[in-house]
Design a protein around this ligand. Structure first.
Ligand SMILES: *[C@@H]1O[C@H](CO)[C@@H](O)[C@H](O)[C@H]1NC(C)=O
Ligand SMILES: *[C@@H]1O[C@H](CO)[C@@H](O)[C@H](O)[C@H]1NC(C)=O
Ligand SMILES: *[C@@H]1O[C@H](CO)[C@@H](O)[C@H](O)[C@H]1NC(C)=O
Ligand SMILES: *[C@@H]1O[C@H](CO)[C@@H](O)[C@H](O)[C@H]1NC(C)=O
Ligand SMILES: *[C@@H]1O[C@H](CO)[C@@H](O)[C@H](O)[C@H]1NC(C)=O
Length: 452
């Protein structure tokens, strides 16, 4: 080999290892160049040229049936990778913060405070979430087109929500012909049957008809004041482009696999007439959606649609690469819950009639040559109930390992013995109960685990 060749090989090796070790922020520089989108720069670099640190205080209001589980999974994984604390519900609230009750900071498990991130289902109370979260928290939520969303709610909660159960033949058309014959505003599960987005955001889903237009306008303005970004499920990847800029996150931080959905064959398409009826029954949600869909597109236009499209392409390619590496050469197959051998990966089923599909890892996944850690791949497709339980367990462990050092020193000073301080005994109980996630407790918690 000539000296020149050896030199080139050395340069190549050094470059590759440099990229591997500094992959995070260097990939940005490359990306900005490759995309040819100068407006990108300011989102990821400070004026000095140094990369902006990732923003880590995030409140994501998880709405129902809006692809929000996929966003939650992105946030869970981000939190784990960066040792952040995710506020999680006390066990008596299940994996939601006692939804549909209005959120209260009392619903937060003490081992998960002070939090950086909050993302589990809750009914939004601005003052209570503000009280809990750091004051530089960025608020985000997601909406979905009211027609598709209502069809999804109707199918998902068909056997659960009283307003839907009353409908003969479980027919959406029949419900929409005379919603007032089946809907009871005062029932505790009525929020799945009307203006669900408004309800989740803390609003009044049953505003009198005469006041709806006015109220919806005011409410949209209020939501806009609190939330820096309202994602739109129909434009999920485009919304992620905005999310990434808002938080100065890396491409790798927003890779995902779609979670908690029905098989495409189970979805029905809606006529224009039916969509119209859904919109007028969910009039406040419809106003919210149109308002925030318009504002999403204004923001995308401001970046430049060509730049957005290029970034979406880049994201898709990275996602495909990750998924291939994880699942042995090809995308994982969608499976019904019964077909999924790993219990940790079975999604919760609202009823026997609605097949929520999930994924199974190939059994040979550990022997993959990609070198991606199996844990990372598992988390990518882990349903929210299981992931929430797992996070609570790991955060409780971390909390107790931080606490005893201080408190046991204190106890030893006070008593001169190596005794476990009583406060530790007290904090051990809830997570001890968690550790024993036997079939029984699992079934119990999943029964009430109605969620997106
Ligand atoms: C997270 O914590 C672990 C264990 O304490 C540590 O090894 C790791 O470097 C931390 N990672 C980050 C990103 O802070
Ligand atoms: C955030 O809260 C802390 C403590 O309450 C306060 O000292 C600080 O000034 C606040 N920062 C901002 C930017 O409001
Ligand atoms: C329910 O379905 C049955 C059989 O398909 C039909 O005869 C009946 O009219 C339907 N009821 C309503 C209220 O649509
Ligand atoms: C969202 O807004 C864009 C831009 O105005 C529009 O083209 C699109 O049809 C809207 N999407 C829906 C589902 O209403
Ligand atoms: C894993 O198994 C599947 C089918 O059983 C096979 O197609 C795939 O090539 C295997 N992957 C590896 C990395 O061995």
């Amino acid at each position: 080999m000539s000296q020149k060749k050896i030199f080139l090989v050395l340069v190549a090796i050094t470059t590759v290892s440099f990229l591997l070790h500094h992959g995070g922020h260097l990939s940005w520089t490359i990306e900005v160049f490759r995309l040819g989108c100068p407006s990108l720069r300011s989102s990821f670099f400070q004026d000095s040229g140094a990369p902006r640190p990732r923003h880590t205080s995030v409140a994501f209001l998880k709405t129902h049936k809006t692809a929000s589980t996929t966003v939650q999974n992105i946030l869970f994984r981000f939190a784990e990778r960066n040792n952040l604390t995710v506020a999680l519900p006390v066990t008596s609230c299940d994996h939601q913060f006692c939804y549909p009750r209005l959120f209260s900071s009392h619903y937060v498990h003490p081992h998960t405070t002070p939090p950086d991130i909050i993302t589990n289902h809750l009914r939004f109370s601005r003052s209570e979430v503000h009280r809990l979260m750091p004051n530089n928290t960025i608020y985000i939520t997601i909406l979905r087109e009211p027609g598709a969303m209502f069809e999804s709610l109707f199918s998902y909660y068909n056997q659960y929500c009283q307003s839907f159960k009353r409908v003969p033949n479980g027919s959406l058309e029949v419900f929409l012909d005379q919603p007032w014959s089946y809907y009871r505003a005062e029932e505790k599960d009525s929020m799945y049957a009307r203006n669900t987005l408004t309800f989740d955001l803390g609003g009044d889903k049953d505003r009198p008809k005469a006041d709806v237009a006015n109220y919806a306008k005011r409410f949209a303005a209020e939501v806009e004041r609190t939330f820096s970004l309202v994602m739109i499920a129909e434009y999920f990847d485009e919304s992620l482009v905005l999310l990434r800029r808002l938080l100065s996150w890396e491409l790798e931080d927003v890779l995902y696999v779609k979670l908690n959905m029905r098989l495409p064959s189970a979805k029905s398409s809606l006529s224009e007439q039916l969509t119209g009826k859904i919109r007028s029954w969910n009039a406040i949600d419809a106003v919210l959606y149109d308002h925030f869909n318009a504002s999403l597109w204004r923001q995308l236009n401001a970046i430049g649609l060509a730049c957005v499209a290029r970034e979406v392409q880049l994201m898709k390619r990275a996602r495909e690469q990750l998924v291939r590496g994880c699942f042995g050469g090809s995308m994982p197959q969608l499976r019904s819950a019964a077909q999924i051998t790993n219990k940790d990966l079975r999604p919760w089923q609202p009823s026997a009639k609605v097949g929520i599909v999930g994924y199974d890892l190939p059994t040979n996944v550990t022997k993959r040559s990609s070198g991606l850690p199996q844990d990372m791949c598992l988390k990518l497709i882990m349903p929210e109930v299981q992931y929430t339980r797992l996070l609570l367990r790991s955060q409780s462990l971390r909390y107790r390992s931080r606490f005893p050092m201080r408190s046991s020193q204190m106890t030893m000073k006070l008593t001169g013995q190596h005794r476990v301080p009583s406060i530790i005994g007290a904090t051990q109980r809830p997570s001890g109960a968690l550790g024993r996630s036997t079939r029984g407790t699992l079934r119990f918690s999943q029964r009430s685990a109605i969620s997106n």
